[in-house]
Write a protein that binds this ligand. Structure first.
Ligand code: GDD
Length: 318
């Protein structure tokens, strides 16, 4: 099988490439000019998702069996600060890709569009855990762009019969994730405090939100299985099925830390709106693919903290 991963040199892309290569696939990845690819540079293609003709040319040249669309502005926090960029990359970028696939002609690749559990937004108590059919009430710009992508992807599947599988991953974490996401933000501060690079006081944001965390290594396996077994035109949640309060995530990380580290809530880290709970119903994914998460949250947090300890020790402060 030949795969093309857009935005493949990011956090998730690196794990997805590994997952696919281990399964015997040939993998090509795209990224912006300033990005590079570790390992197989000949399989790295410079591509700006805002340039539709360039995408079409690449598709005609490679003729992949599967396209995983990861290229995105993936930070909810950043979407509050840069809404226009978020809309451009997440909505226009997806339309460009789908249109390029259509124009490049058959045989069409199975296309896996990565959306977000954030699309559900303000879930009512009786709607938790949330199924794929739930009403979407996005609570932020990022969520709205991913909901738009889902609707657009469905239109391409229905109108042109493109084999598009729509995915809604909930929070995914692990070693290598950049700061700006909660687990990385917490682990980095703990590792810095342990190394004496900062006071043993962490700055944290909203601890009352409840989120459904999955290890990125389990998430990319779900993506591969959905490429192999997902039904075109259908949407699939990817998550653990259990929401955890951010306070609990912090408690678990502090219990893994060395020394006496305190946490202080910093109002500057709060968002204009933070939906209270996101918890996935994963029965559809499990029924269609047999997927099961294999990493416990504790193990993922431990690996992530150890990754940050090594980064700090190597002098890489990101
Ligand atoms: N980033 C961050 N940093 N978040 C914090 C912090 C902090 O110091 N303290 C508390 N939080 C809270 C946020 O307010 C939010 O409620 C929760 O922790 C998770 O925040 P993020 O890790 O930034 O992720 P997200 O939930 O906004 O979005 C992630 O999950 C989505 C799927 O549910 C991203 O990975 C998205 O790309 C993904 O689609």
């Amino acid at each position: 099988m030949k795969a093309l991963i857009t935005g493949g040199s990011g956090f998730v892309g690196k794990y997805l490439r590994e997952e696919l290569e281990e399964a015997g696939w040939t993998v090509y990845i795209t990224g912006l000019e300033e990005e590079g690819a570790e390992g197989l540079p000949e399989h790295f293609c410079h591509l700006n998702i805002l340039e539709q003709v360039a995408i079409e040319n690449l598709l005609r040249r490679l003729r992949p069996d599967v396209v995983f669309h990861l290229a995105a502005q993936s930070s909810v926090a950043l979407s509050w600060r840069n809404p226009a960029l978020t809309v451009d990359v997440n909505v226009k970028g997806s339309v460009n890709l789908l249109e390029a696939i259509r124009q490049a002609g058959e045989p069409w690749p199975q296309t896996v569009l990565i959306g977000s559990g954030e699309e559900y937004g303000h879930i009512l108590p009786q709607e938790t855990p949330v199924t794929e059919e739930n009403l979407l009430r996005p609570g932020n710009l990022y969520a709205a762009t991913k909901a738009a992508q889902n609707l657009i992807g469905k239109i391409y599947a229905q109108a042109y019969r493109l084999p598009v599988v729509l995915v809604r991953p909930f929070n995914h974490i692990g070693p290598g994730q950049l700061p700006g996401f909660v687990a990385a933000d917490f682990c980095k501060q703990i590792a810095e405090a342990e190394a004496g690079l900062r006071e043993p006081v962490m700055r944290v944001g909203n601890l009352t939100a409840r989120r459904d965390f999955t290890d990125v290594r389990d998430v990319v396996r779900a993506y591969r299985l959905l490429a192999e077994k997902g039904r075109p035109g259908e949407t699939y949640n990817v998550g653990s099925g259990h929401a955890v309060e951010i306070r609990e995530l912090l408690r678990c990380l502090l219990s893994l830390s060395k020394g006496d580290i305190q946490a202080e809530v910093d109002p500057a880290k709060f968002r204009p709106v933070d939906v209270p709970v996101l918890e996935a119903d994963i029965r559809k994914l499990q029924t269609d693919t047999g997927w099961m998460p294999t990493f416990s949250l504790e193990k993922t947090l431990e690996d992530t903290l150890n990754y940050w300890r090594a980064q700090i020790q190597n002098g890489d402060k990101c």
